[in-house]
Write a new protein. Sequence first.
Lengths: 452, 482
Amino acid sequence: MTDRRDARAWLEVAQEAVRLATADGAGQAEALITADDAALTRFANSEIHQNVSETNVQLNLRYVVGRRVGVASTGRLDGNGLRAVAETAGRIARNVEENDEFQSLPEPGEPIGELSAAFATGTAEATPELRAEGARAVIAAADEVGVTAYGSFATTTEAIALANSLGIRAAGERTTSQLITVSMGPDGGTGYAEAAAVDATTIDAAGLGREAAGKARATANAVAIEPGEYPVVLEEYAVVDLLDMLGYLGFSALAVQEGRSFAEPGRRVGSDLVDIWDDGADPSGLPMAFDYEGVAKRRVSLIEHGVCRDVVYDSQTAARAGVRSTGHGLPAPNPYGPFPLNMFLGTGTTSRDDLIGGLDRGLLVTRFHYTNPVHPKLAIVTGMTRDGTFLVEGGRIVGPVKNLRYTQSYLEALAGIEAVGSERRCLRGFLGGVVTPAVRIASWTFTGGTEH
Amino acid sequence: MRDLTDRALSTASIRGASYADVRVVRRLEESIAIKTGRVEGVASGETEGFGIRVLVDGAWGFASSYRLEAAEVDRVAAEAVRIAHASATALRHRVQLDDRPPANGTYETPLVEDPFAVALETKIADLLAADRAAASVRGIGYTESAYGAQREWKTFASSDGSFTEQTITHVGAAVEANAIAGDEHQRRSYPDAGGGWSAGGYEVIRDLDLAGTAEGLAEEAVELLTAPQCPSGRFTVVLDPSQLYLQVHESCGHPTELDRVFGTEASYAGTSFLTTDKLDSGFRYGSDLIDIVADATAPNGMGTFGWDDEGVAAQAVPLIKEGIFVGYLSSRETAPRIGRRSGGAMRADGWNRIPLIRMTNVNLLPKPGMSLDEIVADTDDGLYLSSNRSWSIDDRRLNFQFATEVAREIKGGKLGRLYKNPTYTGITYEFWRSCDAVGDERSYKMLGTPNCGKGEPGQGGHVGHAVSGARFRNVQIGVGKW
């Protein structure tokens, strides 16, 4: 029995899968194994109502015959399972048309360094009791001020092993954890707080509970305001959506190659204060040493002082562009292209008080909800504010307002960033970790309202 | 299989569970992705495992594993009980389940042509033909076409006497044409950019006639590049089924999920404006023409099954009757809290997830009288909106905003010129109250989405929506600036 937590043990299984595929006739083969122990404790109405765990393993086999590629996956990793998945992938590869853009699986490149910061025993050994303790701390904070707590506390340990027939060998363990909470008050107020970390034991559950509960109290009896153009301060939770959406719409080499991205090297899209990069090695995020093709992750500067610099590549988009993969591939088959999984927005020098203090008449936004692109090329996105929206006048918060719908170009938002917070948070984005400060933006287009 | 489920239930009981259920699920998936006439990815995936859900001292625990072995069943059952004990340390209300009768039997999705038995070359060739027809149109930047099939073999057993075995098969395919010029990116898709999924076999894919539709679709995408911007203002709007199904999904399906109403999704997707005081109080959700039913027995619907994942038999539950709100999507835990029995809406996304209240087939029933074409002919001045492009709705399901791929002007009862970048917005119940025409059976079709997100950890749901098209008055068109 393979030690589930030992990526190097899984690497031996991956190598055996590659061997079986090449013996079966594959010209090239790649085996990716992910073994997860994931658990999540969820609470609502100030009690735990869902509480789950999962033990899972998956092998993804890419089988290449000439320029024909087949992919098969399985959870059966014994000898019969490996042979069966090789046969299935081979049958697919022999029956598909040639992909004239496929050149090769990645070859060994930069060595993959040890990334001890990606793993924490505190998460790997997290118990249901530890997660319940976190939930109770949040609930207690809510109780103290008479609001109700909702949220979840998740811990995941993942062993990843990848081998290909060209000699790539990559193996590593990583852990992630996340606590989110929404508080709801009796007078319609709601608040939000979140933290993500490699080590679950570093998450201050009580502190997050107090933050969300305090905001739920502060947003009681919100009043409606007219939609329109307002300067805004976006808290870190809201900025995550900006970065995620720009990553999806523009920072992928595939988006550039298909002509649907805004990103062009040298094009100014943001104010001088905007620096965005992706860095899988930075321990202040949720690090990962290599991508799902076994390529070492490189730090990629996406926007520097407001100017587009580079985008992220996987092996296929890199081959098409005649460059090296930056280590941002996702598991095959992947029609979505590469994705930045470790994004950072550079901090500025402005304190939170001064961010808000710089608003003559504007809105403080805690987070966004259900966002979706309306015009992808212009990065126009619609969504709602949620869990804490405040009117600011003369640099002071004067009171809560009801939630608003916005329809806003995220590129124009980048261009309008006039101050960046000096503090930052590690949060979970759409697919990976995001580390970001809060920002103040000169104008934001709110296009509608709702009843709460 | 029975040995394994018996062992799971027995171990859970010995460990202290007052109730337990176990699902053993094997899922087989196949996908084909084509881009601009090039086969980008063909994949086959299989996953198998089991999940055990227990109640201990009125608190839930769930654990799951991919290893279908006796020792692992024992470990996972014990883990589920341990987790339930942890839940009990932060419990304010003991869970009570309704007393549905035990379920026993088998169910299989009716189909004509097993999609997994159709030769892979045939499926690739069919999709390539459609994709290349779209890509051949001058001005098209890239095309994307996709096919998918999923089959689940699911065994459910519970400590209160249920044992069911189901085989459920879903298929889907779509073609999408993209035209790009400068900052303008226009897309047309068929039957839906999400994939046009249904329950059934490969006959569903053949009936779509993707290849016969693709070229005209691509021409429309190119035409949109130079089409005028959709005007802003208050308009009469006719929604094609390709948009109306998602309107129903977001603004009727999700708000009627009783778990959302009780706050159990508050930390993620939000809650619902449809609080329980609105039930049986005559709350007007829509006009008299609006009849919406959650029907888990509807043909070809992805929300069709024999029993849900709590062993509750498939049924048709009225949600809105002649415009009045009358019912919720519910579970064995939530239904008793409003004095009802479960409507059978609990489904899990595979062996490693717990069941949640999910839409079954939430259908807007057709109204005898006018076909969709006749509704257009009956409209003097308005817009005909087709094919969803983006969607967003607030955390209580009130303020929504949709963009569609295309709008066509309606003048004097006839469809006219194209407009690009249409958007519309509204408040859920105001919008449905403004409906003054619903199409009849002639345009009534089952659509659905295979990626309805809900829950933590995240789950993707396969849900169905049968709709025929409908007309709405005084709708706000055109939002934002560009």
